[in-house]
Design a protein around this ligand. Structure first.
Ligand code: ADP
Ligand code: MG
Length: 724
C-alpha cells in the first residue's frame, strides 16, 4: 500500500495537474535561472535542496520604499535605513595591510560614503549603478558623512513598493538579492500549472484564508501590508494544521489500536479514600478527577496530561486515579524523576492510604491493607527480589519508583494505571517504554496513563508540545495558603537584612531552604560550591542553627537521612543544590533563599519557590543576585506567583525555540507560525484536525494533504497514515 501511493505521487509530476509540495520537492534547483553548480552547493549548505525549499525560504523583513529616509534628512549617530544608488566603488590596501573598500552612494537629495574593512568582496557587490538599501549609523569623517560596515541589501530594479529581504549568509555568499531573483523565477515557473491547495475549501472559507498559491506569491512579493498579512496567515495555518493533523492522527491511532481497561470508578476503596480525606477537594481537583474518571471508565486507554502549579494538589489526583486500578484487582505505578521525589511520594501516599482496606478472600478477616512498594536503584537485592515477585504475582498494589521501573527485570501481573510525575524530566520514549512494559503483562491491555507536570505551559504551546494528550488543568490552590512574598536581594546591606529576618523566623521554630548557585557545566563544581556555601553559613550568618547539606553526589542513604531529619524538624536549614527542586513538602519551611538566582530559568525558580508557602505561615522567597542590574527573569518572579503568567512571560523572554527544544519532534516545523502570537490559528487548526481525523482517521479522502505529512514528517510521526 505504501508503494502504491508513492508511485501515484511521482506520476503526478508528469501531468498538468497543479503542483503539489512533493512535486516542488522533486524539482531540482538547477532548473532555476541563475543557479549554477556553485550556487547550488551554496544553497545546499544553507539547507535548501529543492524548489520547495526555495519557496519556503521566506523573507526576514521587507523594505518599504515609501518609508525611507533621504540622505538630506540623515541624522548623524542614529541608525537609519536609506535607499541609494552606487556611484563608484574601489578597494585599497591600508598601511597596516588591511583591505578597505569605499563606495560613494547617492539619492536625489545628497551623497554618502560607505567604508568596509576586510570585506574585499564588497567591491564586486557594489557595482556602480545598482540600487541598494543601507542600514547603519552615519558619522562625520574628513568633512564627509560616512557609514562604516553598514548592512547592505541589494534591491535591484524591481519597482514594487515592498522589497523582500531574505536571510543571507555571508559565508555562502548568497545575498538577499540572489534569493529574490531565484524565488521570483521559481514562482514564475509555477504559474502555468499552478500550486495545488490540499486544504478543503470549506475550511479556508470558514477562516477567510487565501489560497496557497496566492499566499506563496504574496509572501515573497506583497503589494501591500494586507497582502503580507493574508499570506503569512495562510502559510502559518498550513504549518500548524499539519502539526495538529499529525498529533491528533497519532493519538487516534493509539486509541484505535490498543484495548484498554474498563475501570470502575465507584466502589468501597475509592469511597473510603474520599471520605477519609482530612479536607474537602478543591473545585479543580473535583473537576479533574471527574475528567479522568470519565476516561478510565471506557475501554479506550487514557493518555492525559495533568497540569497544575506547585502545591495545587496533584498527588491526590494521582492517588485517586491509581486507586481505580487497585479496586479492580489491578496494579498501579507511579514514576518519579528522582529518588528524593520517589521517596517523598512513597511516604505521602502510604500515609494517605494507611487506613484503607481491600477485600481479600484468602485472608482470615476478608480484607487486607494495600501493599505499596518503593523501587529505586538503591533498594537492596533481597528486598528488590521480593518486590519484583510481588509485581509479577499481583500482590503489590501500588509501585512507586524512579526510572528503575522500566528496567528489564520488572514484570507486572496486570498494570492498569500509570502515573508519570514531572514529565519534562522524562523523554516521550521513556513514557512509552513503561506502557510497552504494561502490555507484556497478563492482561495484554494498555494501561491508562496520566502525566503530571508542575511546569505550566502556555495554552498554545501545550496544544502543540502535548498535542497528542488530553489536558486537564488544576488551576486552583487549596485554601488556607498564605501568599509568598518574593523579593530581590543584592548588595551586602540587603543581604544582611535578609539573614536577620531569616534568623528571626528560625528562632521562632520555622525552617528554611538555601539553594546554592547553579553550575550547569559541572556537577562536581556545583557540589564544591555548595560545600563552600554551607561552610560559610555555618560559621557565619547561620551560626548556632542546625544546618544540613544536601547535594546530588551524596549516597542515597545520606540523602534520605538528611531529608528525614529536615522533615521531622531536627534540622533548621537545608542548604541544597537544585535536588530539592521537585516535590519536597515541608509546610513548616517558610524561607527560601536562592543564591545567584539570575542563573536559573523562570520555571526552575518558580518550582523552587513552590517549596515554601505550603502551610498557614507566611513565607518569604529571596532571590539573591550578585549584580544590582535587574534580571528580567528575577523581576518576573517578583511580580507574579501565578505559574501560567510566568510561563507566558518565559515564552516571551526566551522565544519559542527553547520550549520546542524539549525533545519534541515535528514541532520544529513551525517557520512562520508562532506559539506566542498565533493562538487563534492553533485553535482553529486543532479543531479542524480533530474534525478531519474523526471522519477520516488516515486521511484517505485528502490524499494530497496526507502526502504532505508523509513528505514533511519523519516516518515515526506519521506512521498513522499508513495504518487502517
Ligand atoms: P503538587 O504535587 O501539585 O505540587 P501536592 O499534591 O504535593 O501538590 O499538595 C500540596 C499540599 O497540599 C499537600 O500538603 C497536600 O496535602 C495539600 N492538599 C492537597 N489537596 C488539598 C485540598 N483539597 N485541601 C487542602 N490541602 C490540600
Ligand atoms: Mg508534586
Amino acid at each position: 500500500m505504501l508503494a502504491d501511493s508513492r508511485s501515484t505521487r511521482t506520476s503526478s509530476a508528469l501531468s498538468n495537474a497543479p503542483l503539489t509540495l512533493r512535486d516542488l520537492d522533486h524539482i531540482g534547483l538547477e532548473r532555476i535561472k541563475g543557479i549554477g553548480d556553485k550556487a547550488k552547493s551554496s544553497l545546499e549548505s544553507f539547507g535548501v535542496f529543492s524548489v520547495l525549499d526555495l519557496l519556503e525560504t521566506y523573507p526576514r523583513r521587507y523594505i518599504d520604499r515609501t518609508n525611507m529616509a533621504t540622505l538630506r534628512d540623515l541624522q548623524l549617530g542614529v541608525d537609519t535605513l536609506v535607499m541609494v544608488r552606487v556611484e563608484k566603488c574601489r578597494s585599497i590596501q591600508t598601511k597596516n595591510g588591511r583591505v578597505m573598500v569605499t563606495a560613494t552612494v547617492a539619492d536625489e537629495t545628497g551623497k554618502l560614503s560607505l567604508t568596509f574593512f576586510n570585506q574585499r568582496w564588497r567591491e564586486k557587490q557594489l557595482q556602480p549603478g545598482i540600487e541598494i538599501a543601507v542600514f547603519g549609523k552615519a558619522e562625520m569623517y574628513n568633512g564627509y558623512r560616512q557609514m562604516t560596515n553598514p548592512v547592505v541589501d541589494r534591491i535591484g530594479d524591481r519597482a514594487a513598493r515592498f522589497v523582500p529581504v531574505y536571510p543571507q549568509s555571508e559565508k555562502s555568499r548568497i545575498t538577499s538579492w540572489d534569493l529574490a531573483r531565484w524565488i521570483e523565477d521559481a514562482l514564475a515557473k509555477c504559474e502555468p500549472r499552478g500550486i495545488d491547495d490540499p486544504v478543503p475549501v470549506s475550511l479556508l472559507e470558514s477562516h477567510s484564508l487565501i489560497g496557497r498559491h496566492d499566499a506563496l506569491r504574496k509572501i515573497h512579493l506583497p503589494d501591500s501590508t494586507e497582502d503580507h498579512r493574508e499570506a503569512r496567515q495562510r502559510l502559518a495555518f498550513d504549518e500548524v494544521l499539519r502539526v495538529q493533523l499529525m498529533l491528533v492522527g497519532r493519538k487516534a491511532q493509539w486509541e484505535r489500536e490498543s484495548a484498554g481497561f474498563v475501570h470502575t470508578t465507584k466502589g468501597h476503596l475509592i469511597d473510603g479514600f474520599m471520605s477519609a480525606l482530612p479536607f474537602p477537594l478543591t473545585g479543580a481537583q473535583k473537576r479533574t478527577i471527574a475528567e479522568i474518571y470519565k476516561d478510565l471508565s471506557v475501554g479506550k486507554p487514557m493518555h492525559r496530561l495533568l497540569q497544575g502549579d506547585v502545591g495545587a494538589g496533584k498527588t491526590l489526583v494521582a492517588v485517586a486515579t491509581m486507586l481505580t486500578a487497585v479496586q479492580g484487582g489491578h496494579q498501579a505505578a507511579l514514576m518519579a524523576p528522582t529518588e528524593v521525589l520517589a521517596d517523598q511520594h512513597a511516604l505521602g501516599i502510604r500515609a494517605l492510604l494507611e487506613s484503607l482496606k481491600i477485600s481479600d478472600e484468602g485472608n482470615l478477616f476478608g480484607d487486607r491493607g494495600l501493599r505499596i512498594e518503593l523501587l529505586t536503584n538503591k533498594v537492596r537485592a533481597a528486598e528488590r527480589k521480593s518486590i519484583l515477585a510481588g509485581l509479577a504475582d499481583g500482590s503489590v498494589d501500588i509501585i512507586i519508583g524512579t526510572h528503575a521501573l522500566i528496567q528489564e527485570a520488572v514484570k507486572f501481573k496486570s498494570l492498569g494505571v500509570v502515573v508519570v510525575d514531572e514529565q519534562h524530566r522524562f523523554g516521550v520514549q521513556q513514557r512509552s517504554q513503561l506502557r510497552d512494559k504494561a502490555q507484556e503483562s497478563d492482561s495484554g491491555l494498555m494501561p491508562d496513563v496520566l502525566v503530571m507536570t508542575a511546569t505550566p505551559i502556555p495554552r498554545t504551546a501545550a496544544m502543540t508540545v502535548y498535542g497528542d494528550l488530553d489536558v486537564s488543568v488544576l488551576d486552583e490552590l487549596p485554601p488556607g495558603r498564605t501568599p509568598i512574598t518574593t523579593s530581590r536581594v543584592s548588595g551586602p546591606l540587603e543581604r544582611a537584612v535578609m539573614w536577620e529576618s531569616v534568623r528571626e523566623r528560625l528562632a521562632a521554630g520555622q525552617q528554611a531552604y538555601v539553594v546554592c548557585p547553579l553550575i550547569e557545566e559541572s556537577e562536581k563544581l556545583e557540589v564544591a560550591s555548595a560545600q563552600e556555601t554551607f561552610d560559610e553559613l555555618v560559621h557565619g550568618e547561620l551560626n548556632g542553627f542546625r544546618v544540613a547539606l544536601l547535594h546530588g553526589r551524596m549516597s542515597s542513604a545520606d540523602k534520605e537521612s538528611v531529608m528525614s531529619s529536615f522533615r521531622s524538624g531536627e534540622t533548621d536549614v537545608l542548604v541544597a543544590t537544585t535536588v530539592i527542586e521537585v516535590g519536597v513538602d515541608v509546610p513548616n519551611s517558610t524561607s527560601m533563599i536562592i543564591l545567584d538566582a539570575d542563573r536559573f530559568g523562570i520555571a526552575q525558580l518558580h518550582q523552587l519557590r513552590g517549596r515554601v508557602g505550603r502551610g498557614k505561615l507566611a513565607s518569604q522567597c529571596y532571590l539573591v543576585t550578585q549584580h544590582s542590574d535587574p534580571s528580567p527573569r528575577v523581576e518576573a518572579l517578583v511580580a507574579s506567583t501565578d505559574g501560567f503568567v510566568l510561563a507566558e512571560e518565559d515564552l516571551r523572554l526566551r522565544g519559542e525555540g527553547t520550549i520546542m527544544g524539549v525533545n519534541q519532534k515535528g514541532t520544529s516545523d513551525l517557520t512562520l507560525a508562532s506559539l506566542q502570537h498565533d493562538l487563534e490559528l492553533i485553535q482553529w487548526a486543532r479543531d479542524d484536525a480533530q474534525r478531519i481525523i474523526a471522519d477520516d482517521p488516515t486521511l484517505k479522502t485528502l490524499p494530497v494533504l496526507r502526502d504532505e505529512l508523509d513528505l514533511l514528517f519523519s516516518d515515526e510521526d506519521e506512521e498513522f497514515l499508513f495504518k487502517s
